[in-house]
Design a protein around this ligand. Structure first.
Ligand SMILES: Nc1ncnc2c1ncn2[C@@H]1O[C@H](COP(=O)(O)OP(=O)(O)OP(=O)(O)O)[C@@H](O)[C@H]1O
Length: 323
């Protein structure tokens, strides 16, 4: 059986009377890439703050790397790394100096820190830039340096709050390449929050959180199998007639949209050839899309996950007291 890196049982966090985390249950397998997915205000940052011992749970319990976050916080801290959403690097220091500063904070002896810093710079492919001041770094390089810094104390669990927010697609892919390699080579658990559904598609497991509760958890494929239907988009010579024919001849409820006809069917690939031959109308275009995690979210919550850049309470701000 796989060991559990993070476990939360009936976890609560109240801000005044508002339950930001509301009886959250979570089990994260060791060595997995685990996505904690939810809209703004769902309680992701508050949860991660409790798991990283920055915030005391109001009620319930949570364990990280086998230690209780409330009663054994020092043990937990020794085994975790955190990458904050907002950059907390010192712009005027070089990459090495930033890492040395962190190593000193962690209490690593100088001879050990020299080796650890060199290894982390190497792992994140930053060795050649070790003496360059951070202010000359691109956003992607900074993110990699932040990840290197999060790894300095050889954590068993690395927490990342929206690790690729604000990065372009190419840089985002590069950061993920590094994270994947890290997980493979070091076997650590990566726990990251996101509200970007495409990002969660690459996880081993995903927990979808809404209003302070995990509403479902599983592999992306398992979660999507709950929806179990493909989205077929169809355009014909006469879409209004096609909708009627689909109902009469195929028993399918189709929706007429400005872009064409929308259909939800169990097996789009099997249906499309039949449509083309039996609909009795010229089919101009057709596309099939498998269910997405967005559909899963919609299925469980009745609302669409909301993309937003407004972030009133990020780990970056919660982490300020630690710096
Ligand atoms: N320090 C605070 N004081 C009062 N309310 C707070 C505080 N931090 C968060 N909240 C509220 O608790 C709820 C959960 O917030 P949280 O930041 O944990 O959500 P989130 O899922 O991380 O959202 P985001 O994606 O925007 O970071 C929200 O309603 C938020 O307004």
């Amino acid at each position: 059986m796989t060991a559990t890196a993070i476990r939360a049982e009936a976890l609560y966090a109240f801000y005044g009377t508002h339950p930001a985390v509301n009886g959250l249950e979570l089990a994260v397998p060791e060595g997995s890439t685990f996505g904690f997915l939810g809209p703004n205000g769902a309680g992701k940052t508050t949860t991660i703050s409790m798991l990283t011992t920055l915030l005391k749970p109001t009620a319930g319990r949570a364990e990280v790397a086998g230690f209780d976050v409330a009663t054994q916080p020092a043990e937990v801290r020794r085994r975790i790394g955190i990458v904050f959403q907002e950059s907390t690097l010192d712009q005027e220091l070089t990459a090495t100096e930033n890492l040395r500063f962190q190593a000193d904070l962690c209490g690593l002896p100088r001879h050990e820190s020299r080796t650890a810093i060199a290894a982390m710079l190497d792992l994140m492919e930053l060795s050649e830039r070790s003496r360059v001041p951070v202010r000359q770094f691109s956003t992607g390089l900074r993110r990699r340096l932040e990840i290197a810094r999060g790894l300095l104390g050889a954590p068993r669990v690395l927490f990342l709050d929206e690790p690729t927010t604000g990065l372009d697609a190419q840089t985002r892919a590069a950061v993920w390449d590094h994270l994947d390699r890290l997980r493979r080579e070091q076997g650590i658990t990566l726990f990251f929050t996101t509200h970007q559904l495409e990002e969660a598609e690459h996880c081993d497991e995903v927990a979808i959180v809404d209003r302070g509760k995990v509403i479902t958890q599983g592999t992306p494929a398992e979660l999507k199998s709950v929806i179990g239907s493909d989205l077929v988009m169809l355009s014909t010579e006469d879409d209004v007639r096609a909708v009627d024919t689909l109902a009469e001849r195929f028993g399918l409820a189709a929706e007429l949209t400005p872009d064409g006809i929308l259909l939800r069917v169990a097996n789009g690939a099997a249906l499309v050839p039949r449509l083309c031959t039996d609909l009795g109308l010229t089919v101009r275009s057709v596309s099939i899309a498998p269910p997405t995690l967005d559909d899963v979210f919609l299925h469980h919550t009745g609302s669409e996950i909301r993309e937003s850049t407004a972030n009133a309470h990020t780990l970056g701000t919660l982490g300020e007291g630690l710096r």
